[in-house]
Design a protein around this ligand. Structure first.
Ligand code: CU
Length: 77
């Protein structure tokens, strides 16, 4: 399962908030990055291998879906 998360810093502590949806303004873009908005894979069925690809299905508010292959990268602070 893939979840959308937003990383938040509270002083020295870092937490992640789960987002039910991600609003992308018209004619704009939203960037998913480590330490910011990100996709977190929960209990992946297969081991995640660095530099391999994972297919993620995005569902949009107009009812369409899009399958995108994303690279697995090492989380570097
Ligand atoms: Cu997360």
């Amino acid at each position: 399962m893939a979840m959308l998360h937003q990383t938040r810093k509270h002083g020295d502590k870092v937490s992640m908030d789960h987002l039910d949806l991600l609003a992308v303004p018209a004619q704009a873009s939203v960037q998913l990055t480590p330490g910011g908005l990100h996709i977190m894979l929960m209990k992946p069925a297969q081991e995640l291998v660095i530099d391999s690809e994972v297919k993620i299905t995005f569902s949009f508010s107009d009812g369409t879906t899009q399958h995108i292959n994303l690279s697995v990268k090492k989380n570097e602070p």
